[in-house]
Design a protein around this ligand. Structure first.
Ligand code: AHR
Length: 513
């Protein structure tokens, strides 16, 4: 008898222990909410080695290229299906005069890139080159027009040059420059960071200016613009309030910029590779701030636009660290570690879960700048851990959002804690379910039990991105240290799914019928 009671009590304790350490995830059937593919957008500014010595190579370069556009970069970005590319800035956009970047290259005037290192810009990469790049990438262009130092006329003429299909002064110049058909550019930024480098305006002044600029940036036949207003810096909720009140649904989207600064201090941001767990923790705390920002900006937008016609466009996000030692401080070149991959996965999960309002986002920046997807050194190229996250998450593009409920275990550091787990899920047009899971805890795995209410599935497979150390990187001498591998930690039992999610990892599961 004693033996039976003992066995029962062991079983009971095992059950309690399991219940305590297992996180329950409940997925519900899809609504009509689509995770816009444009959440997976990118940003390429005339900054450091993003365009020049990044996408764009020297005239006599031996690196394989087409019309000076580097082909290995194009192939890599096509693989992850980048849906849009923002250009020419950033701060650069509000000093850029598009007419300096068209016509024969040897006649194009030079300018000083005052924002980024004070270097001379030769304007060899301009409108035609950017749109050629977008065609090669099979991606949609997103152009930011100059409000800060430009004119209404200059912006109006740029749109005419790009999008008009009839006889006009601008189309005549376009044809003379070798382009017969209009490009039909749709995403149109009306300025950038107008509260700062884009003119140091007040929200009231900017929103009045927006109305003027946006009026003359015309919709030509077959080429309606999606006008995007320059929105708030992080938690500047007053900016969003004023723009929503004053501009309302005269805009397609309103932007939000938020960077993850490891230390939280702009004058000493912290190293991209040399950091301890304390700094890793504060970085992730700052990254998770995006959840609060998106929620609060959306609440303000809901007040003026309950039908959610205006998109929240997070067109600059990512980690911003100190530059790599020995590089030009104005070029913002930084390495990219497993920490950055966890930031990318977490932020994309946040955007997916807010896809009723967040319809577009752009990581800063694509090549050799800030949280880059790709780093180059002469003819060599590496895909960063962040690139691999975009590769894993591309399955969510334009898929139906699946609501999820769970209570995350804590990742505790000293007397502080953050949620260790973040998740999002979607169902594609073939009925396949994808669940993306991020475990931020650098030392504890998470056991998950998943209930899929009303969702049918037969098989589960998965892929994982992780590494031994949180500051591991892909380098030119070891370019594939961090790469995607098969994940074997998910099992089906009945209609429920159990997952053993390793510490510091990003996992994407695929459930097929
Ligand atoms: O991405 C780098 C810079 O950050 C952009 O030019 C600017 O918009 C922001 O402040």
């Amino acid at each position: 008898m004693k033996k039976i009671i003992f066995s029962i009590s062991i079983l009971f304790s095992a059950f309690i222990l399991k219940a305590q350490t297992e996180t329950l995830l409940t997925l519900r059937p899809a609504t009509n909410q689509i995770i816009s593919k444009h959440i997976y957008g990118h940003f390429s500014e005339h900054l450091g080695r993003c365009i020049y010595d990044g996408f764009w190579v020297d005239e006599n370069s031996t690196i394989p290229n087409k019309g000076r556009i580097r082909l290995d970069i194009v192939e890599a970005l096509k693989k992850i299906k980048i849906p849009n590319l923002r250009w020419p800035g950033g701060c650069f956009a509000d000093e850029y005069h598009w007419r300096d970047g068209i016509g024969p290259r040897n006649l194009r005037p030079k300018m000083v890139n005052t924002n980024w290192g004070g270097i001379t810009e030769d304007n060899s990469f301009g409108t035609h080159e950017f749109l050629e790049l977008c065609e090669m990438l099979q991606t949609e262009p997103y152009i930011a027009g100059n409000v800060g130092s430009g004119t209404v006329e200059e912006m109006a003429k740029w749109v005419e040059y790009l999008n008009f299909d009839g006889v006009s002064p601008m189309t005549a110049i376009r044809k003379q420059n070798g382009r017969e058909q209009p490009w039909k550019v749709s995403f149109w930024g009306v300025g950038n960071e107008s509260w700062g480098c884009g003119g140091n305006m007040t929200a009231q002044y900017y929103s009045d200016e927006y109305r003027r600029y946006a009026t003359y940036a015309r919709d030509y036949t077959g080429a309606p613009l999606k006008r995007i207003a320059a929105g708030a810096n992080s938690a500047d909720y007053g900016w969003t309030e004023t723009c929503m009140k004053n501009i309302g649904t005269r805009m397609w989207g309103l932007t939000l910029h938020h960077y993850t600064i490891p230390t939280g201090k702009w004058n000493a941001k912290g190293s991209a590779t040399n950091f301890d767990e304390g700094q890793y923790f504060s970085t992730m705390q700052n990254c998770l701030k995006m959840e609060e920002l998106v929620t609060k900006h959306s609440t303000i937008m809901d007040k003026y636009d309950p039908a959610k016609k205006v998109a929240l466009v997070v067109d600059e996000w990512g980690i911003w660290t100190d530059v790599e030692p020995g590089t030009n401080p104005g070029f913002l070149y930084q390495q990219n570690s497993l920490r950055d991959a966890l930031i990318a996965g977490t932020t994309l999960n946040i955007f997916n879960n807010h896809s009723d309002r967040v319809k577009m986002a752009n990581l800063a920046q694509t090549v050799n700048v800030l949280q880059a997807l790709i780093l180059t050194e002469k003819d060599k190229m590496i895909l960063t851990p962040t690139y691999h996250v975009f590769d894993l998450f591309k399955v969510h593009q334009d898929a139906k959002y699946l609501p999820i409920a769970f209570v995350s275990p804590d990742y505790v550091s000293g007397d502080k804690k953050i949620p260790a787990l973040n998740v999002s899920a979607s169902q594609d047009d073939k009925g396949t379910i994808h669940i993306s899971l991020v475990n931020l805890d650098p030392s504890k795995k998470i056991n998950l039990n998943t209930v899929l209410e009303g969702l049918n599935w037969k098989t589960v497979t998965g892929q994982i991105l992780t590494s031994a150390k949180i500051n591991d990187v892909n380098s030119f001498s070891d370019p594939s240290k961090i790469h995607i591998v098969k994940f074997n930690g998910a099992k089906k039992s009945g209609n429920s799914l159990s997952v053993e999610l390793p510490s510091q990892s990003v996992v994407v599961l695929e459930l097929k019928n």
